[in-house]
Design a protein around this ligand. Sequence first.
Ligand code: GMT
Length: 377
Amino acid sequence: MSRLKIGIVCYPTLGGSGVVATELGKALAKLGNEIHFITTGHPSRLSGYDERVYLHKVVTGEYPLFQQYAPYSLSLAVKIREVAEQYRLDLVHVHYAIPHAASAFLAKEMLKPQRLPTMTTLHGTDITLVGIMPSYYEITRFSIEKSDAVTAVSEFLRRETVREFRIERPIEVIHNFVDTELFRPKASCAARTRLSPNGEKVLMHISNFRKVKNLPVLLQVFNDVQKHIPARLALVGDGPERESVERQAEDMGIIDRVDFLGDQEFVAELLPAADVFLLPSQHESFGLAALEAMACGVPVVGSRIGGLPEVIIHEETGYLCDPNDVACMSAIVLGLLRDEDLRLKIGRAARARAEQEFNRDKVVARYVDAYQRLVSA
Ligand code: GMT
């Protein structure tokens, strides 16, 4: 296998697409490839030094006319072109279609006659929420068709993309992955002392606190559960809904049982402290946080929507309910918290599924294979 020089474009924030892109880049570098991250900031999971990893910052030039809308897509296209020329990249792989796939297309055109194969990985809301907005629809469809290779993180997302955008080119499904060495069950977990000071059960949720995460339902489930069993809720992450969640918790009189931990980089240290992980999303193309919980042996109770049924096998490796079915989720959580043998059994099965189906090396090998096909096409 020849080593490649790969440009990776992603949002550097704590969102799942940035996490997947960063973990992929790190794993590819360990395999001997040269990785060039092209982003607006330092990717949150990129730590430590690897001589094969480069970081190129996209800077949007300021001008009074741009006050409301600095043209990031154009600055990104310029940066991709520049890095591709300077380092003779073999390909550029963009994560999240909007606007990255369009910028990659522009960079490819500007770079001619140098060749720059482009790959786009669709992550979810770039298709299901943002891409279908009238102001983005045509450019999303165009840039997907113009990518030299397209992957989707679940079969659900592949189907949705074909249906919504009438895409005719092939889209390969490559599921997300988890580092099962890093994300693993821990018999004694330091975070547990803080999250469960009096031996309470711990429910956990990690997200970017957007509407799609259905946080009001999550609070209702917790409220039901804590009426029957001493429990605390650990909320990890931040985003637009955080304030309203805080207000709702106050109105419900449960704020003293909820820990708002904010954005946390080392979630592998927190997840093993949970008894149950909750993900009642309205949309979820994959649910990376659910997979990371599963790898830590924590049973997930989530929504039967999107790509989650590809990750969680109901009643075997976790549980699925309709997204607004509070009674269903509360009953399942209570059942797990009252039956430690069942909770441990589901947790073990979840961990085994993460190891077998979604382990990092297996999935990264699929990307490497797709790159090889792309560069030799
Ligand atoms: O939720 C978002 O809008 C953020 C988005 C992202 O870019 O982080 O998340 C999506 O990509 C993740 C990584 O592939 C998936 O695990 C999430 O399920 C997906 N989110 C949604 O579909 C809502």
